[in-house]
Design a binder for this molecule. Structure first.
Ligand code: SF4
Length: 346
């Protein structure tokens, strides 16, 4: 018998609750846990845990959730002007190894419905990335896997071909396009030639049948040109089926550059609603993420997605009276403190 905080530190543990509570590792070693009423953390069935050297318990996956996150690296090969991470976060040495990631995935529940693979930039894992994706697809056969990438690494045709085997699996990649102008895109991505590389990368992946969705992070730098971005996507990539229009999280680089990138939500409204119509015209499904529901006229709510992670969501006091609160994704904590938006209680 052991307390959670006393579990061996050299591996990860999954909690299994039957009549008693056990911790199981990837080698199927099983340790019965004794209750630790004093501890702040009470493990739940299916939780995946890491115990640090000083006995701190980190919950990497909450067993009650049907979706999981695979965080590959804090590092990135771009430096987007509105990135919610800071330069310090993105340039810190990466300590996450492929062995650690595979061990984590092997402990995830097999009945997950969704897995996000994210970073930083996941392709910095190079040839190990397809190995990780294969492992995740095998571990949770029913799960849809979504990977976020800036797409630049896929400009190397040989590298993109490593992902072709996932074309007929439940796997897709979402890649951002910041502008129809290469110069503007590169400025927003903080990296020369990133536009050319991202466009080539998307073509390479589409050639192999990999499902791609496009993301547009809407900022002061591009909100008036959303129609031209969508026109560009339509002509350049006729196979693209959906575009996600993303509200910004005002943290990290976005906070540092807020004068340059932040635009009040109310000013975005006509452009966002206008670009929805443009997407309909081209037969592309638009989706709205990270905005308050009441920003939009009701006829566009079909395209609205509640997307902000629970622990980051904030609502204004008036929202308590709103009939749509359950459907509304509210505000990022950072946006909540920054915006002058006046909610329209429904
Ligand atoms: S009033 Fe608040 S809860 Fe209601 S839609 Fe607007 S932001 Fe959401």
């Amino acid at each position: 018998m052991s307390k959670v905080s006393e579990l061996p530190k050299e591996c990860l543990w999954r909690i299994e609750k039957e009549e008693n509570t056990y911790a199981v590792n990837a080698m199927c070693q099983r340790i019965q846990l004794e209750s630790d009423g004093e501890s702040e953390f009470q493990p739940g069935h299916g939780d995946v845990l890491e115990v640090t050297n000083n006995g701190k318990v980190i919950c990497l996956h909450a067993g009650a959730s049907s979706s999981a996150l695979i965080f590959v690296t804090n590092q990135c090969n771009s430096n987007c002007i509105m990135c919610p991470d800071s330069v310090k976060q993105r340039t810190r040495q990466n300590t996450i190894t492929i062995e650690y990631l595979l061990e984590y995935v092997s402990l995830l529940p097999t009945d997950l419905t969704h897995i996000d693979i994210t970073g930083g930039e996941p392709t910095l894992l190079k040839e190990n990335l397809p190995v990780l994706i294969e492992k995740a697809l095998d571990q949770a056969g029913k799960a849809e896997i979504l990977m976020l990438s800036n797409g630049r690494s896929f400009a190397v045709r040989k590298y993109s071909q490593l992902f072709y085997p996932f074309a007929d699996r439940k796997f897709k990649i979402e890649i951002p396009i910041h502008s129809a102008s290469g110069e503007k895109h590169d400025f927003i991505a903080g990296c020369q030639n990133s536009f050319i590389q991202t466009i080539a990368g998307i073509h390479n992946l589409l050639d192999g049948g990999v499902e791609i969705g496009i993301r547009i992070v809407v900022s002061k730098l591009n909100y008036t040109e959303l129609n031209s971005i969508v026109d560009f996507i339509h002509y350049e990539f006729p196979d693209i089926k959906y575009i996600n229009l993303m509200g910004m999280e005002v943290m990290g680089n976005a906070w540092k550059n807020r004068e340059m990138v932040w635009e009040e939500l109310e000013n975005l409204k006509p452009y966002l609603q206008g670009v929805l119509v443009r997407c309909f015209k081209w037969g592309i499904e638009p989706r709205l993420y990270n905005f308050p529901l009441c920003l939009f006229d009701q006829k566009y709510w079909y395209n609205y997605r509640k997307s902000i992670s629970d622990y980051k969501i904030r609502y204004f006091e008036d929202c308590e009276k709103c009939r749509e609160r359950e459907q509304c994704g509210g505000f990022f904590a950072s946006t909540f403190h920054h915006t002058k938006y006046k909610v329209r209680v429904q």
